[in-house]
Design a protein around this ligand. Structure first.
Ligand SMILES: [Zn+2]
Length: 159
């Protein structure tokens, strides 16, 4: 019997095999210290599982139902509506941020002979530049509109 088949039979359990096979496994374990060690570890693990080494998990169901019952009785604690976030950034800061973006975008090309570089680089220069400028402007616009939705819709009579 090889080590591989011996280990296979040990893991499958003694009872499912004939007496002869069990005898051969025992015989292998007498001669092979590696398989004997594996068998000992497996046996120890099996004993541990059978004797309730692991404490039983607490019943989840009862705890969950208790929370649901409590919330059903007292719905006042549960916030039904998320309050408006406090306006952390004033409109003036938005204007300043917009100006900074504009200045940095335009000043990025000062000192750069834009026309010459654009001529040389062609679309491989103009496309990334256009994407960067467009992305910066549209992110700024989206943030500005998103955070000032109430004011803007009031101002333009959309409500
Ligand atoms: Zn072996």
């Amino acid at each position: 019997m090889t080590c591989h088949s011996a280990i296979d039979r040990i893991f499958e359990g003694d009872r499912s095999f004939s007496f002869l096979v069990r005898l051969r496994v025992r015989w292998h374990l007498l001669h092979c210290s590696r398989c004997a060690a594996s068998a000992a570890v497996l046996e120890a693990a099996q004993t541990m599982m059978q004797t309730g080494f692991f404490p039983p998990a607490p019943a989840m169901e009862e705890a969950v139902m208790e929370v649901i019952r409590r919330e059903a009785l007292d719905p006042g604690d549960v916030p039904m509506e998320i309050a408006d976030p406090p306006e952390a950034v004033s409109f003036r800061s938005w204007v300043i941020a917009g100006l900074i973006i504009l200045i940095s975008l335009s000043s990025a090309f000062i000192g750069l002979d834009f026309a010459e570089v654009a001529e040389k680089g062609g679309s491989s220069f103009l496309i990334p530049v256009g994407l960067t400028v467009g992305l910066a402007v549209s992110i700024y616009g989206a943030l500005l509109i998103g955070t000032h939705l109430k004011e803007l819709s009031g101002r333009f009579g959309l409500r």
